[in-house]
Design a protein around this ligand. Structure first.
Ligand code: BGC
Length: 794
């Protein structure tokens, strides 16, 4: 319950909300909800504020039992951001970062609709998604699961997705509120962020989610300015519930509740079980430390959403059928629309009829990379191999050959190298059950010095590997790889895994020796020499729970790409990566197409993009650094990853491209950047200002020979009217425009007043940035051919 409401009720000045007999039930709830609460026992009420175990074991992340005697059904809560994660097949959508790169608000809605329908059909009621934390740290493990480094783009994506999810009757949960911008030490880190930065960079997308009607909010593991995300009075009560008027409920991230009294401070539901808000809360209520009105309010918030979504009227029993074909079509559309063409020297893409000899290289060219690891890892309905889709598209006159070039699954570590051997079954896997974790120690003896890769596949488990006492690999729901340099001889080795989805699972811990890696590389280089066009598929294994250690491709794929490019200058690179990477080989290759983790229809989308059946139109939703020493968090451990659990967002509002602009630093690829197989020109800029709102119009022309989409972007500069922190330029509007070859259109983009405001910390309010301000229009944050200025007045 909000702190303000507590005061009002205590003072007896608030109108009696809800039905009599149910103190604390706020204006957000209906008489029906209030009447239900009035009939509930204390234990029944308590059953809503913490999670339980699902007797049906559908494999979702959370469960609330309901109160059958009052006709209140169970509630099932499932991840997540790239599709429904249960013990069943679902539509595996592309990573949300790919959706954001489409800059297509309508597509965000479609994306949400697919997951919403799937979730309902798969027996779920609440979706633990979307994630909308800002991309602040290039290394952050969950950058693929969220949208962008820009608050406006994230706001529009999150709103569209939530509308889509909830249009199907599934309750959306925006997460992780707030400032969960990294994975390393996510449970321990205390983020120090100034009020202006908090309001302008991280919070806008959460507010947009609330405005779009999100039913629930998940508070984060990390602390913000000294308070746990799930215990922050400022974030949960003042901002979320009072200022934004949020009527839904706040649930904790899994294990993010730190005190029984958190419920007083805004948290409504502890997940996944009841460490604090079970027995401890019961005692606190019985002895009067926590007023019953607080509990009533939390229950009312949950029941209020259940009522709104028809769950109190039997909707749980009326579920739609799945629509796997529709889901697949949408997944493909997002993959096609969000892919970013980063380089295309000499128009080497699209592939044409002359490209009759193609060499596909890289393990994800054959075994598709569908999704990232962690809680958004989805079991796809089906996922074709790029080798098959490209072979089919290349046609009969062409030859498409394959060489792995590397190995992202590895082979079992033989008993001659590891003693005692791993306890694998005949299928090479180790069985882990909820009751029996796997833990193994031994001695690893390697005959030669070199780089050994360890690949831990953990479909429903958490795992780690230690060599010579150091943790070299941590993985979680998905496959993780670590490359370790070992000297010849004996090394201590320890590995463990635990099942985390309440069911037995099989894990595999394999390795790739330097000799095997070298042989695979030589085979790829030989293939590159024999074909006209080598296409290297490069991947990484982004996952929740850990950040990347650096921005290079894992398993020395940088070396592989360089070796292939040296053998054949026509090399094309397709990226199956989750976030920005450095590209030391960029000048050596002809073309780079970033597909991200493209979802279950990624292979079809990749073939169509490579052959020009669709024209690439995605734009980067985050800056790609040229060098790891020049990023917004480089060289300052207090900025990232934090020191002694303290981290300072001392770059202020200068996150992402705002930092590169301020520092005049050159990125590898700027925010908003992406190429097309056609070209566009911009002219005739006109800007009209009225009451702090802008209407920006210009003529956009497709000057090339192919139809295509351009994401036209409007940026606004600093206001001379304030001494507050300001970006050189901020994205203030965008529109994705379709133009036939040769066609021109007048494009009109409205910049609403909010985009011209800054957070005035002393007034504790938004203020219009008045005075003469620059307006730029173009196709990326660094390609802005149109420029004027406008006098902004109230
Ligand atoms: C993640 C959440 C997720 C939850 C349930 C947590 O570890 O941070 O994003 O929804 O687990 O799976």
């Amino acid at each position: 319950m909000g702190g303000l409401s507590v005061l009002l009720l205590a003072a007896g000045t608030a109108p009696a909300p809800g039905a009599p007999g149910a103190p604390g039930v706020t204006g957000g709830s209906s008489p029906r909800v209030a009447a239900l609460i009035a009939r509930m026992t204390l234990d029944e009420k308590l059953s809503f504020v913490h999670g339980d175990t699902d007797p049906e074991a559908l494999g979702q992340a959370g469960y609330i039992p309901g109160v059958p005697r009052l006709g209140i059904p169970e509630l099932r809560l499932t991840d997540g951001p790239a599709g429904v994660r249960v013990n069943a097949h679902a539509t595996a959508m592309p990573a949300p970062v790919a959706l954001a790169s489409s800059f297509d608000d309508r597509l965000a809605r479609t994306f949400g609709q697919v997951i919403g329908r799937d979730g309902r059909a798969l027996g779920q009621d609440v979706l633990l998604s979307p994630m909308t934390n800002i991309i602040r740290v290039p290394y952050a493990g969950r950058n693929f699961e969220t949208f962008s480094e820009d608050p406006l783009l994230s706001s529009r994506m999150v709103a569209g997705e939530i509308e889509g999810v909830q249009s199907q009757g599934l309750i959306a949960t925006v997460k992780h509120y707030a400032e969960n911008n990294q994975e390393d030490n996510r449970m321990g880190v205390n983020v120090h962020v100034d009020e202006q930065t908090l309001r302008q960079i991280e919070l806008p997308a959460f507010e947009a989610a609330v405005k779009a009607g999100a039913g629930a909010v998940m508070c984060s593991y990390n602390s913000v300015n000294g308070s746990h995300g799930c215990g922050s009075d400022e974030l949960l009560n003042s901002i979320l519930k009072e200022q934004w008027g949020f009527r839904g409920w706040v649930m904790s991230d899994w294990g993010a509740t730190h005190a029984t009294t958190d419920i007083v401070d805004g948290l409504d539901q502890e997940m996944p079980s009841a460490a604090y808000l079970g027995a401890e809360l019961k005692t606190a209520i019985q002895n009067g430390t926590v007023p019953m009105s607080e509990l009533n309010d939390s229950v009312a918030r949950i029941l209020g959403r259940m009522e709104k979504f028809g769950l109190l009227d039997g909707r749980s029993d009326q579920r739609p059928a799945r629509d796997p074909e529709g889901g697949a079509r949408a997944a493909q559309q997002v993959a096609e629309s969000g892919a970013v063409l980063l380089k295309n020297a000499g128009g080497s893409l699209p592939l044409t009829g002359e490209d009759t000899s193609i060499g596909l290289i890289g393990p994800t060219a054959k075994t598709p990379k569908v999704t990232g690891g962690g809680s958004s890892n989805v079991v796809p309905d089906f996922a074709a191999s790029p080798l098959d889709t490209i072979t089919a598209r290349a046609g009969e006159g062409a030859t498409v050959r394959y060489a792995a070039g590397g190995d992202n699954t590895g082979l079992p570590i033989p008993a001659t190298a590891l003693s005692p051997a791993l306890p694998v079954g005949p299928d090479g896997a180790i069985t882990v059950t909820p009751d029996e974790s796997f833990f193994h120690t031994g001695t690893l003896t390697v005959p030669t010095e070199g780089d050994y890769s360890f690949v831990f596949d953990l479909p429903a488990a958490y795992g780690a590997v230690l060599i010579d006492g150091s943790n070299v690999l941590t993985g979680f729901l998905g496959s993780s790889t670590a490359r370790v340099h070992l000297t010849a001889g004996a090394h201590s080795f320890a590995a463990g895994a635990l099942a985390i989805q309440g069911a037995p699972t099989k894990v595999r811990l394999n390795w790739v020796t330097p000799q095997a890696a070298q042989a695979a590389r030589e085979e790829a280089v030989a293939l590159a020499r024999q074909v006209r066009t080598p296409i290297v598929f490069a991947y990484d294994d982004g996952t929740e729970g850990v950040d990347r250690k650096d921005l290079s491709l894992p398993a020395d794929q940088d070396g592989l790409i360089s070796a292939v490019a040296e053998a054949n200058p026509n090399t094309v690179v397709v990226l199956n990566t989750g976030s920005s990477i450095t590209m030391p080989w960029l000048s050596e290759v002809k073309a780079v197409l970033d597909m991200y983790y493209p979802g279950q229809n990624g292979a079809e989308a990749t073939a169509r993009l490579l052959y020009g059946d669709v024209n690439p139109s995605g734009k980067l939703s985050q800056t790609f650094p040229a060098d790891e020493s020049v990023t917004p968090v480089a060289g300052d451990p207090l900025r990232y990853p934090g020191v002694d659990d303290q981290e300072y967002y001392s770059e202020g509002v200068h996150v992402g491209y705002r930092w590169y602009d301020k520092e005049r630093a050159d990125p590898l690829f700027p925010f908003g950047y992406g190429l097309s197989y056609t070209s566009f020109s911009y002219r005739d800029l006109r800007v009209r200002q009225q009451h702090g709102e802008l209407t920006v119009s210009f003529t956009l022309k497709n000057t090339g020979a192919r139809d295509g989409d351009e994401v036209a972007q409007v940026y606004v500069g600093a206001s001379p009217g304030t001494a507050a922190q300001q970006a050189v330029r901020s994205l203030a509007g965008y529109q994705k425009v379709h133009l036939r070859a040769g066609q021109s259109k007048t494009v009109r983009i409205r910049v609403d007043a909010q985009q011209l405001k800054y957070w005035n910390t002393s007034a504790d309010a938004w203020a219009l940035g008045t005075g003469k301000r620059g307006v730029w229009v173009g196709g990326s944050s660094r390609t802005l051919p149109l420029h004027t200025s406008v006098d902004v007045t109230r």
